[in-house]
Write a protein that binds this ligand. Structure first.
Ligand SMILES: Cc1ncc(C[n+]2csc(CCOP(=O)(O)OP(=O)(O)O)c2C)c(N)n1
Ligand code: SF4
Length: 337
């Protein structure tokens, strides 16, 4: 039973935080610890499940339940927990390597199943824990210890991949944009189904400044498009540029003025069946487009943990409780000679 309102301190563990000084992970940790008390959820109903990586040390620092699991496998454990304990609020903490390299397969299937999870993917465009190899989000030409002559691989867009896997909540924020990050994570928790939030995170040791074009104070206003449902897509230091759609259904950046005004800009709708425009938004990138921030897609659809429990209940009602031992000893087995 909870008597007094919880605070950030209630969600902070007694473990020494072992990230490098200056790492973007600290800002995300602080934002999560500040957000949770506002949600009014009891500590014992919150679980953090991570894979392997610097970001995946997160559960140690939360004073909640948690699992530090296996590289790329956090979503499998989280899926099991969500199905058996639908009363819990479950966060999955993962990195761009953990989620999109070794865990890429599980990523796709957890999203298409729409398991009720809040997935926070810290994207620093590098493998931090193993000391700086390239990751699936590293840019072409990136020189790292494993790509000494520059990466030849086209980077993945985490948002595009999440949409392609039928993600029902797909969003992006930045480690140091505290208010925006908190707002985005609150919406993610409120959404029923899998909420995917890509968080641009700075690894100041192995990939410092990877997101500088959108975090530097003198660049960010011109380089970020904040998506807000029902609002025209306008951006720029003077809010004088807008996103429009041409006759070939392609997005364009237009200068606003006498000829073209805010009224001609696309209005963001995160809740539409058609994925087309959301895919186009997810593909927008510098230098031709601003980088979209906020909720690209939020579209309700059936939730896996609910479906599986309904199916189990229906089968049990029809056939009665099963017996695992009888099943194992039963006739439907075979022997390998
Ligand atoms: C099965 C397995 N393969 C490889 C590794 C080595 N490994 C540990 S973390 C990691 C990548 C981490 O990168 P990322 O997920 O981006 O997280 P970050 O450390 O940047 O937060 C790798 C390859 C491992 N621990 N287990
Ligand atoms: S190596 Fe990079 S991601 Fe890992 S703790 Fe250090 S700064 Fe953070």
């Amino acid at each position: 039973m909870q008597n007094k309102p919880l605070t950030k301190a209630d969600f902070s563990s007694d473990q020494e935080v072992r990230w490098c000084p200056g790492c973007g992970d600290y800002a995300i940790l602080a934002a999560v610890q500040r957000m949770l008390p506002k949600l009014g959820i009891a500590k014992e109903k919150v679980v953090f499940i991570s894979g392997i990586g610097c970001s995946s040390r997160f559960p140690y620092y939360m004073n909640t339940y948690g699992f530090h699991t296996i590289h790329g496998r956090a979503l499998t454990i989280a899926t099991g927990l969500a199905c058996t304990r639908p009363d819990l609020t479950i966060f999955v903490i993962t990195g761009d390597g953990d989620a999109l390299s070794i865990g890429g397969n599980h990523f796709l299937h957890a999203l298409r199943r729409n398991v009720n999870l809040n997935v926070l993917c810290f994207n620093n465009k590098i493998y931090g824990l193993t000391k700086g190899q390239y990751s699936p989000t590293s840019e072409v030409g990136k020189k790292t210890k494993s790509t000494p002559y520059g990466s030849l691989d086209t980077p993945l867009s985490a948002l595009s991949l999440a949409l392609a896997a039928e993600g029902s909540f797909v969003a992006r924020s930045v480690d140091i944009f505290a208010a925006h990050l908190t707002q985005t994570m609150e919406a993610a928790v409120a959404h029923k189904g899998l909420s995917f939030v890509e968080i641009y995170q700075n690894c100041n040791i192995f990939n410092d400044g990877a997101h500088a074009d959108i975090t530097d104070k003198d660049k960010r206003d011109d380089n970020i498009l904040y998506l807000e449902a029902g609002k025209p897509m306008v951006f720029g230091k003077n809010m004088d540029k807008g996103i429009m759609i041409n006759s070939a259904n392609e997005l364009t950046v237009e200068q606003l003025g006498k000829d073209k005004t805010e009224k001609d800009c696309l209005v963001h709708n995160s809740d539409i069946n058609n994925l087309g425009i959301h895919h186009q938004l997810a593909q927008m990138n510098l230098p031709n487009f601003p980088v979209p921030m906020g909720i690209v897609r939020q579209h309700s659809r059936p939730i896996y943990d609910q479906l599986i429990n309904e199916q189990l209940d229906a089968v049990i009602k029809q056939k009665g409780e099963g017996n695992l031992q009888e099943l194992i000893k039963g006739p439907q087995t075979w022997q390998v000679d």
